[in-house]
Design a protein around this ligand. Structure first.
Ligand code: URA
Length: 444
């Protein structure tokens, strides 16, 4: 069957065979199918969807497009977590060393910032020298020796996703549940995990803002992941306001270092980091109850074990760890300016999408794929949703390279923060957990 017939079939709402999916992925990855035909098929999938069988076939074909880590020398269960993307989400930097310091291996393939959302790779690369381009052999060796490695989708790791993702980005076909599922799970299966925790976000800063869509994505990820042989769970979490206080690459590393070294920090960031680390420890068989797992996770922050593990990982990946030990040595951004509260009252909203978009304009993210990032740029909030404020007190500090950029970001942020005279209702951060048996409310 020709690619034109495959497009026509999907356009008419018919299911594709496994062979047709394989041929498409192989043909597009090696350049035999041009972008315009691949785009047409992606758009047909976007509108018509894919069945569970088709999605599994797509993930398998994408995994087969490149190499896969095996971790022959690691006998314990390997666990990873993946967030569907948000603003200020630096939890991977905290959770991976927490879990690895307790003996559960974490092989982690991460992504770059995408649209208004930040990416773990960009945050790590804000640390001078930190390399995320490891070969599969180096990745396996580091996971075996240190218990954790952070890599990007470099070399031959799911090249089909690399190409398809770039095409989806410019053809407005990112927000498709089967395509997101295949993209995430192909990378996670290629990194060689046994179990996976997903943080599926909803809210203004999430890819699927509507909670019903986020829930559908979570169920789809869990079903397809199970069919692929993974033990998989998902948490549905709120991304209406940025997570933690900092937004921007180095600023987020700095905030993570504080949490890793047991200092106090934003309640939502600590809460989600401990909850997700605890779930990963349970998936890895390290604890028999959530309470015990959470206690173990919290102890690694207090004892310095998680911080030391992060330094060990960074050292192995060639980072200049002196900046992690003394973050004040990091070069400062050119300009900074505090934005103050417009009125007495409470912070009613800090609109995550608007903050993320303002961050991209400031240089903390990319407007075009080839843009370089200003690692120092970003925001540090001093107040969060629900906090009481007095008119004139600083709510957020903006860091940028020029006065004009900082000024523009200040105007954008000013529209992202809303005030109220009474405290806003307390929104739960984690609303439920989903596994193959269904959804349960989050009661931990
Ligand atoms: N993250 C991914 O890795 N892929 C997607 O399609 C969306 C978010």
């Amino acid at each position: 069957m020709s690619i034109v017939d495959v497009i026509a079939r999907k356009q008419a709402g018919q299911a594709l065979t496994t062979d047709q999916i394989d041929e498409f992925v192989k043909g597009y990855t090696r350049g035999a199918i041009p972008d315009y035909q691949a785009s047409a098929l992606l758009m047909a999938i976007y509108f018509q969807g894919m069945s569970r069988r088709e999605t599994v076939a797509l993930v398998r074909a994408m995994i087969a497009s490149g190499s896969r880590a095996i971790h022959k020398t690691v006998s314990s269960r390997k666990v990873d977590k993946h967030s569907t993307g948000g603003v200020g989400d630096k939890t991977s930097l905290i959770i991976a060393p927490v879990v690895a310091s307790l003996g559960i291996p974490v092989p982690m393939i991460s992504g770059r910032g995408l649209g208004h959302t930040g990416g773990t790779l960009d945050k790590l690369e804000s640390i001078p020298g930190f390399t995320t381009s490891l070969s599969i052999e180096q990745f396996e060796k580091q996971v075996s020796e240190i218990g954790c490695a952070f890599i990007g989708q470099s070399g031959n790791i799911v090249p089909a996703d690399k190409k398809l993702y770039a095409l989806r980005d410019v053809t407005c076909t990112v927000r498709s549940i089967p395509l997101v599922t295949a993209s995430i799970l192909s990378k996670k299966a290629a990194e060689g995990v046994d179990a996976l925790l997903l943080d599926v976000k909803f809210g203004s800063g999430a890819f699927f803002p509507d909670v019903a869509d986020a829930r559908k994505l979570a169920f789809n990820l869990v079903e397809i992941g199970t069919d692929l042989g993974l033990e998989i769970q998902a948490l549905l979490t709120d991304m209406n306001q940025p997570l933690g206080y900092a937004v921007g690459n180095w600023l987020e590393v700095k905030e993570s270092l504080d949490i890793l070294s047991g200092k106090s920090g934003a309640a939502d960031l600590i809460e989600i980091s401990l909850a997700e680390a605890a779930k990963m420890l349970l998936l890895g068989g390290k604890a028999s109850s959530y309470k015990e797992a959470r206690r173990l996770a919290a102890e690694t922050l207090e004892s310095g074990a998680a911080f030391n593990k992060f330094i060990e990982i960074a050292q192995a990946q060639k980072a200049e760890v002196s900046y992690l030990i003394n973050p004040s040595n990091y070069p400062e951004s050119g300009f900074n300016r505090a934005l103050t509260a417009k009125e007495d009252g409470y912070i009613e909203e800090i609109h995550a999408l608007k903050v993320g978009q303002a961050g991209v304009k400031l240089g903390a993210g990319r407007e075009q794929k080839e843009d370089t990032i200003n690692y120092q740029a970003g925001f540090v909030f001093h107040r969060k949703r629900g906090d009481e404020v007095s008119r004139g007190e600083p709510v957020v500090t903006i860091y940028g390279s020029t006065e004009t950029k900082v000024q523009q970001a200040a105007s954008a942020l000013s529209g992202a923060i809303q005030y109220s005279k009474t405290p806003p209702p307390d929104n739960p951060l984690i609303i439920s957990e989903i596994d193959i048996d269904g959804e349960t409310g989050w009661l931990k």
